[in-house]
Write a protein that binds this ligand. Structure first.
Ligand SMILES: NC(=O)c1ccc[n+]([C@@H]2O[C@H](COP(=O)([O-])OP(=O)(O)OC[C@H]3O[C@@H](n4cnc5c(N)ncnc54)[C@H](OP(=O)(O)O)[C@@H]3O)[C@@H](O)[C@H]2O)c1
Length: 330
């Protein structure tokens, strides 16, 4: 049997770094219980890092990146899955230290596999992908900590990005007054079309000088930007409100004080999609399938590309040039 298929392979030698579509065989895939014919993947910021020479994500080359995949099981030694099952795999080691989703076939651990929930197609699942899952987890954690639409406006930073776009649309769908912060003046109409009630600039969120406590503006915030942006948000959260922080596009160091926490009871919620427990993971995917209107997300958020178009998209995501979510058809 000719078992060759196409995959995006990144390679690094002493002389060269390359990102190329190549032919692999099933025997090139890593160990795992479940083999999947990947139908869609998606592009995340972490994939951009994994495909750049100094991204500090990949340790062993050659490597197939792609932290998300959705497809059909072709072979399984795990009794929970059988040939023909439609499944989603995101997180864990996928696309980081285990060959990922930018490949027509993948082999993974059964423990990483989520059955595709009813009401969601493989394509819609990847329109959400890790970024969408992270946004859904952020909203879930904010609500667990008391956020509700009546409490006031919710800020989303990095709003045109993957996590930001999906957070805007999820919050709007759930009845929140969403204020989207963006560095892209050209994308205000797009942000309104996915549910933002107000648009503000990055400078509005992060002034040159950040007070220890500022005017109380936000009932909650979804922040995939971090850095000074997070410090500034913390000082402007309303009494008892929360910030769900998931990312670092604006930097890793956060210069804040204890005042928002001890004088306003502000909660700082860390969001990790990678090792989020499987029960919560399955529950959130079901919610994305049922109450978050995936068709609207697809219309507004998804750009579809092929494997051959991936290298250019991976380069542009690191320059903050990508809008919303990009899915990859395998
Ligand atoms: N914790 C987790 O489990 C998890 C999961 C997924 C992603 N993440 C992290 O979340 C972050 C966002 O991921 P993503 O997939 O949404 O990336 P993305 O699609 O590239 O979006 C990032 C957005 O951040 C904004 N931004 C970029 N540089 C900035 C800067 N210097 N200052 C302020 N804003 C800036 C831009 O939006 P505007 O132009 O609209 O401002 C950009 O579009 C990344 O750091 C990623 O690693 C974490």
């Amino acid at each position: 049997m000719n078992d060759s298929f196409r995959a995006l392979v990144v390679n690094k030698t002493d002389h060269e770094f390359s990102v190329k579509v190549q032919s692999l065989t099933l025997s090139d895939l890593p160990e795992g219980d479940v083999t999947i014919r990947v139908v869609y993947s998606s592009v995340n910021y972490k994939d951009g890092l994994a495909s750049s020479p100094n991204g500090k994500i990949v340790r062993t080359y050659p490597f197939v990146p792609g932290i998300d995949l959705a497809g059909t099981v072709t072979d399984s030694r795990d009794p929970r899955f059988k040939e023909g099952d439609e499944v989603i795999v995101t997180s864990y080691e996928l696309g980081v230290s285990h060959f990922g989703g930018f490949s027509e076939f993948a082999r993974v651990k059964g423990d990483w596999v989520v059955p595709l929930p009813e009401g969601l197609t493989l394509k819609e699942a990847m329109a959400f992908g890790t970024a969408g899952f992270t946004a859904a987890l952020s909203v879930h954690r904010l609500e667990e900590n008391g956020l509700m639409p009546e409490k006031g406006p919710v800020l989303v930073t990095g709003a045109t990005g993957g996590v930001g776009s999906t957070a805007v649309s999820i919050l709007a769908k759930r009845g929140y007054h969403v204020v989207a912060s963006t560095g892209k003046e050209s994308e205000h109409e797009y942000l309104k079309s996915i549910g933002a009630a107000e648009i503000i600039t990055r400078k509005d969120v992060t002034p040159e000088s950040i007070p220890a406590l500022g005017k109380q503006r936000w009932a909650g915030a979804v922040d995939p930007v971090g850095g000074d942006t997070l410090a500034s948000i913390l000082s402007t959260i309303q009494y008892g409100g929360s910030v769900a922080v998931s990312g670092l596009t604006g930097g890793t160091a956060v210069a804040t004080t204890v005042f928002p926490f001890i004088l306003r009871g502000v909660n700082l919620l860390g969001i990790d999609s990678v090792y989020c427990p499987m029960e919560t993971r399955k529950e959130l995917w079901k919610r994305m399938a049922s109450d978050l209107k995936p068709n609207a997300l697809l219309n507004y958020i998804g750009n579809e590309i092929t494997l051959d178009e991936l290298p250019a998209t991976l380069a542009s995501i690191l320059k903050a040039e990508v809008r919303g979510r990009t899915i990859v058809k395998l």
